[in-house]
Write a protein that binds this ligand. Structure first.
Ligand code: SF4
Length: 441
């Protein structure tokens, strides 16, 4: 039976020295109980603790930290389905640059500068992949170094020649890169290089059994900074292989397959479907063949959907937000602080070309109807929020618009806001433009 955090805590030194990265031994014990940490991260763990906790304390899928500051962690997943708990680390997206590409410098700058804004979040590209593509070892290493300096992101170094790969690994020593591919033939060359220069290895083999054996070889040498590139032809096989690996790691606690998964998407529609498969089914790192803004936007949006924690609504800070420089006659719209609602309503008001205030009281990130049903979005509460916000002082005409779904709060709001005209808006944000044209102009 799994041990609880308190049971594990009894076996730890209890000095709270923080060297494991947790503030206290108890916090570390809790992480161990959730299989989000490894006992080896505590340098002072007693032999008794190692014996009792042993393999049971390791996360079913190892965490692999990449980058110079170890800023990107892959793995550490504990569930098959998001609704069981949550997915932990979103699939990292890398963009490939070939060493023989004359536009490599430009591509690196675009990868560095790309930024997508979605529901208030700014999302950038996680990693850069540098592929040897027939160039000499020296040219490959030079581009790896340039990518490390220009893009300042964790790297994937890709090349079939193990000696060239080892040379590139040395050129970016300490960069926390992924070396790929690592086969049974190249392991003896690349494992020492990865150990010496602080990189991870992406193991690959013809079939799952061979891959598991290769992972065992690395594990036998006390090397766990591993990713697995599963053998698969096309998205359907990829879906199946990824599912087998995740199930084996989680359900059977099969350690050789308990590592983050890496995949390289091909150019063209099948590659695009493959990349989406990685995001939806257990890929930890997906390398895209080239810089493609449209594709990145699609994949990042999909990833945002899959990796949003269903137990934590995305919220915006409560407040009264100006939209397009509202004047003294601007109306005040009200909605909840559920991010999606906020961005839909503010976007539609902007699209309508009007200006307004958008009052967003604290509703614990719930949508309008849910917040109202939970008693968090009453007329009284909205009225008090608007009064406290001070927006009244900026207005000569006082009009407040409540969402159509909660027309029922308008009477209470009128009592809470004497001197205000309370209007009932449309039920759907998409109808705000016609509402503003017909009722507010
Ligand atoms: S490193 Fe070990 S002793 Fe120090 S805080 Fe972490 S668990 Fe406790």
């Amino acid at each position: 039976m799994a041990m609880t955090g308190l049971q594990i805590h009894k076996l730890l030194p209890k000095t709270n020295c923080k060297e494991c990265g947790s503030n206290t031994c108890l916090a570390f014990a809790m992480k161990l109980a959730q299989k989000k940490a490894d006992l080896s991260e505590c340098p002072y763990a007693s032999d008794e603790a190692k014996q009792v906790l042993g393999a049971a304390s390791q996360p079913p899928i190892r965490g692999v930290a990449l980058g110079r500051d170890k800023q990107l962690t892959l793995g550490e997943e504990t569930v098959l389905y998001r609704h069981e708990k949550t997915f932990v680390h979103p699939t990292a997206l890398a963009v490939n640059v070939d060493a023989d590409d004359p536009g490599a410098d430009d591509a690196l700058a675009r990868i560095r500068d790309y930024l997508l804004e979605r529901v208030g979040e700014e999302i950038d590209i996680d990693m850069v992949c540098v592929s040897q593509a027939g160039q000499s070892a020296a040219d490959f290493a030079a581009l790896a170094r340039k990518a490390d300096q220009t893009a300042a992101k964790p790297l994937v170094l890709r090349g079939d020649d193990a000696d060239s790969l080892a040379q590139a690994a040395a050129a970016v020593s300490g960069a926390g890169a992924v070396l790929s591919p690592v086969t049974a033939e190249s392991l003896d060359t690349l494992l020492p290089a990865a150990k010496e220069h602080g990189h991870a290895l992406a193991l690959t083999a013809e079939d799952l059994d061979s891959l598991a054996r290769l992972a065992e070889s690395a594990r036998a040498q006390e090397f766990h900074n591993l990713l697995l590139e599963l053998p698969a032809h096309g998205p359907a096989e990829r879906f199946q292989a990824n599912t087998i690996a995740r199930r084996a790691a989680l359900k059977a606690e099969y350690k050789p397959l308990g590592y983050p998964l890496i995949a390289f998407a091909h150019d063209g529609p099948q590659g695009e479907v493959g990349a989406m498969t990685e995001i939806t089914k257990y890929g930890s790192l997906c390398v895209l063949p080239r810089f493609d803004e449209a594709m990145l936007a699609v994949l990042m949006t999909l990833r945002l959907n899959i990796y949003t924690d269903p137990q934590k609504p995305i919220q915006v800070e409560p407040g009264v937000y100006p939209i397009a420089e509202p004047g003294p006659d601007a109306p005040v719209f009200v909605t909840t602080n559920f991010s999606l609602t906020y961005f839909l309503v503010s976007g539609e008001i902007e699209n309508a070309g009007g200006s307004a205030w958008l009052a967003v009281p604290e509703c614990e990130g719930m949508s309008v109807l849910t917040a109202w049903a939970a008693g968090k979005f009453s007329g009284q509460m909205v009225g008090e929020f608007i009064k406290k916000s001070g927006v009244e002082d900026k207005l000569e005409t006082r009009r407040v618009i409540v969402p159509g779904h909660v027309a029922v709060i308008s009477g209470e709001l009128e009592e809470a806001l004497p001197g205000w005209e309370v209007l009932v808006g449309p039920q759907e944000a998409a109808d705000l433009e016609s509402f503003m044209t017909s009722r507010l102009s």
